[in-house]
Design a protein around this ligand. Structure first.
Ligand code: S3P
Length: 487
């Protein structure tokens, strides 16, 4: 099966702005044929439909891939340090590889060693060079937005692009504060990618109050502040994941964080530090662990352990919620992995009950609503999820995608503004749906998990995007006993 991903005229225009052959074509103008070549510009891609069936208990002990948020940041800060950083546990998924390629295009040397660790030779703060090719971030909003912050205060021009999903996502949320540093942007109407960024020659430090709860916006501003004289200040009214703050400190930057009376944070970064190379060991991604976790809760007789999961308190909203719903989740051996708390999670099948999930919790589980909605479909009673506005601007409009997918699987759903209500079946939901994943890895994984616990099998149209965050997902799930096979 083939899919044509439309790029439109802007893509052609953006390509025309740089020298050399288009990245989606071989030198003789033919289309690339290997998966690696294709992955840089997804003009065509083979779909991978998968079907998941229920009836199997999940057992065993596994490690899910490394944390995506931390992996992007590790590569970026490694690229700005003076000297060599070694990273273990880096997520070797498409999103992170795009960031690796981007920092390499900006002058850092990045290599993946045979043992799976990564080496980054940094250029120092202020040392980025102008890339001679388009920076293609594929499906990754985090890569694109964080790197935009970096480029915004270097006197270079770079063109940012991505896949059809990323080219639909709002960028004004980062270009707005970055303009205040003195950066310039030329992009499509509405501030969409592809977008050309020219960084400020003499950037001015700013104080920015982030208007939406977004760690990407906060981090873009902090990264721009690195190559800016003076103090850059970010105020967030809702605390979001603080991996950037922790990792900046790990590399030697001075970052002061004040917790505000309303629970928000005021973060002050001293500009132009000399970042020192600092080895990193990254934990497994709690947002990836969420999928086998919910699958084990919903499949009778399951008992699994997920090793070395990142438990940063600004990421653990799903665990809190599943515990409130009656889920059996134990944190074993809590410890520190570098600057981040981690633990092993033992998860056993449980009867879940519907609850109300408060809006204040949304930031700490923003990527977990697709899989929470699946858990809710099997719970007893209604689960009401409040404050989901940001779900509309993820890799897909996730609020709509969750609702459509659940309805296709026979589950009653109500969307009112930014509130999602799922009526649970107090056991296996009907299932039987055919789900379009819409270039959204988490929609694809969530509905496969639904299939592992539903009365009828569930098929997704395409699992290829799962590689952006969770390479090996289907194999890992099969290893635990789940029935997930090519459709
Ligand atoms: C991320 C922040 C979140 C999250 C994304 C990763 C990050 O996005 O959804 O998957 O690494 O900073 P927002 O900042 O848009 O909430």
């Amino acid at each position: 099966m083939l899919r044509l991903v439309m790029w439109g005229e802007m893509r052609t225009a953006a390509i025309a702005m740089i020298d050399g052959p288009c990245q989606n074509e071989n030198a003789d103008g033919t289309l690339p044929t290997t998966k690696t070549e294709r992955s840089f510009f997804p003009v065509t891609a083979e779909l991978l439909p998968l079907t998941a069936r229920s009836g199997h208990a999940l057992t065993g002990r596994v490690t899910v891939p490394g944390d995506k948020s931390m992996s992007h940041r590790a590569l970026i800060l490694g690229a700005l340090a003076v000297g060599q950083t070694r990273i273990t546990g880096l997520l070797d998924g498409d999103d992170v590889r795009r960031t690796a390629a981007a920092v390499a295009a900006l002058g850092a040397r990045v290599a993946r060693l045979q043992d799976g660790s990564w080496i980054v030779d940094g250029v120092g703060v202020g040392g980025l060079r102008e890339p001679s090719e388009i920076l293609d971030f594929g499906n990754s909003g985090t890569g694109a937005r964080l790197m935009m912050g970096l480029v915004a205060t270097h006197p270079i021009t770079a063109i940012f692009s991505g896949d059809a999903s990323l080219c639909r996502r709002p960028m004004a949320r980062v270009t707005k504060p970055l303009l205040q540093f003195g950066a310039q942007f030329v992009g499509r109407r509405g501030g969409l990618l592809p977008l050309a960024v020219t960084g400020a020659e003499h950037p001015l430090p700013i104080e920015y109050h982030v208007p939406v709860p977004s760690a990407q916006v906060k981090s873009a501003v902090l990264l721009a502040g690195l190559n800016t004289q003076g103090q850059t200040i970010v105020v967030e009214t809702v605390a979001t994941r603080d991996h950037s703050e922790r990792m900046l400190r790990h590399f030697g930057a001075h970052v002061a964080v004040e917790i505000l009376p309303d629970g928000g944070r005021r973060i002050v970064l001293d500009g132009q530090p000399e970042l020192k190379p600092a080895n990193l060991d990254l934990p497994a991604d709690p947002s990836s662990a969420a999928f086998p976790m919910v699958a084990a809760l919903l499949s009778e007789g399951s008992d699994i352990v997920l090793d070395n999961i990142g438990l940063n308190p600004l990421r653990t909203g799903l665990i809190d919620t599943l515990l409130d719903m009656g889920g059996s989740i134990e944190i074993l051996n809590p410890r520190l992995c570098g600057d981040e708390p981690v633990g092993d999670l033992r998860v056993r099948s449980s009867r879940l009950k519907g609850i109300t999930v408060p809006a204040e919790r949304a930031a700490s589980m923003i990527d977990e609503y697709p899989i929470l909605a699946v858990a809710a479909a099997a719970a007893d009673g209604d689960t009401i999820m409040l404050g989901l506005e940001e779900l509309k601007v993820k890799e897909s409009d996730r609020l709509a995608a969750i609702a459509r997918g659940l309805v296709a699987c026979g589950v009653t759903v109500k969307v009112e503004g930014s509130t999602l209500t799922v009526t649970g079946h107090a056991g296996p939901p009907p299932g039987g749906g055919y789900i379009e994943a819409e270039l959204d890895h988490r929609i694809a994984m969530a509905f496969l998990v639904l299939g592992t616990a539903a009365q009828e099998p569930v098929t997704i149209d395409d699992a290829t995007t799962i590689d952006t965050s969770f390479p090996g997902f289907a194999d890992l799930m099969r290893g635990l006993g789940a029935a997930i096979e090519p459709a």
